[in-house]
Design a protein around this ligand. Structure first.
Ligand code: NAP
Length: 229
């Protein structure tokens, strides 16, 4: 049975990814925030670990234990992230740092450990990162400056990891959803046409396919999932 590690597995996209991978027979290793339990019932049992992924030493410690317990990790999904509004006038340095910590450092600290693990594995591995449309489309990023800046580092990280991963068969892709149809977004934008939004299940299925053996033929490392918007 193949293993998939999913950070942010307690979130909306996380839950959809746990389901999509379990449907395809994967063993899921879920990383949740400190003290958190899964708030939903997965199809099959999940191996749960808790870590503050904004903290590098805690991330290293917990992922070392994961690797001890599961010596081969085929796929890693780094889904932790969060959003903040703000134009340049009302975005101060502390907000930029906060967004970088939540959106980039969480992915970087986890990817650093998993990359070095996958590089040692006979079959390498696949890593999925999550970008955001405002990072590649400035029009969409106007009022979400710190968020857009922090997510833009994800694209560079994947590019650099792919260069380093070539010889080691470690492949990283960035999945870029536009607005996801989540309860929080529905609450924040009650008048929006939610038909235009992409569903978490749709993203999860694309991530599952792209990181599977069938997806190995894909040559695009940035996969935009914009729904109808
Ligand atoms: N929602 C959208 O419209 C949208 C659009 C484009 C991209 N994205 C990206 O897609 C990804 C998933 O989004 P989502 O809507 O599913 O978000 P979500 O429901 O808020 O899930 C994010 C998860 O990350 C966890 N997390 C936060 N800080 C953490 C930390 N320090 N250590 C460990 N875990 C931590 C949260 O756990 P706790 O709540 O327990 O802390 C939560 O379960 C994110 O990277 C997001 O930026 C979202």
């Amino acid at each position: 049975m193949k293993n998939v590690l999913i950070t942010g597995a307690g979130g909306i996209l996380g839950q959809a990814c746990v389901t999509a991978f379990q449907k395809k027979g994967y063993q899921v290793i879920a990383i949740l925030s400190p003290g958190k339990k899964l708030s939903y019932a997965p199809i099959d049992p999940v191996s749960v670990y808790n870590a503050d992924l904004m903290n590098e030493s805690n991330t290293q410690e917990v992922l070392a234990q994961v690797i001890k317990d599961h010596p081969s990790i085929d796929i890693s999904l780094f889904l932790v992230g969060g959003f903040a509004m703000g134009t340049i006038d009302n975005t101060d340095g502390s907000m930029v740092k906060k967004m970088i910590s939540l959106n980039f450092e969480t992915a970087y600290y986890s990817a650093k450990v998993m990359f070095s693990q996958m590089a040692k594995q006979k079959n390498g591995g696949r890593m999925a990162l999550v970008g955001a449309r405002p990072s590649i489309d400035a029009k969409a990023g106007k009022g979400v400056l710190a968020y857009a800046l922090s997510k833009s580092l994800i694209f560079k990280l994947a590019e650099l990891l792919n260069e380093e991963g070539k010889e080691k068969n470690v492949v990283s892709s960035v999945f870029v959803p536009s607005i996801i149809d989540t309860p929080d977004n529905r609450k924040a934008m009650p008048k929006a046409n939610t038909d235009l939004w992409v569903k978490p299940e749709e993203i999860a299925e694309i991530i599952e396919f792209a990181t599977s053996e069938k997806g190995a033929v894909l040559r695009e490392s940035v996969i935009k999932i914009y729904g109808k918007s």
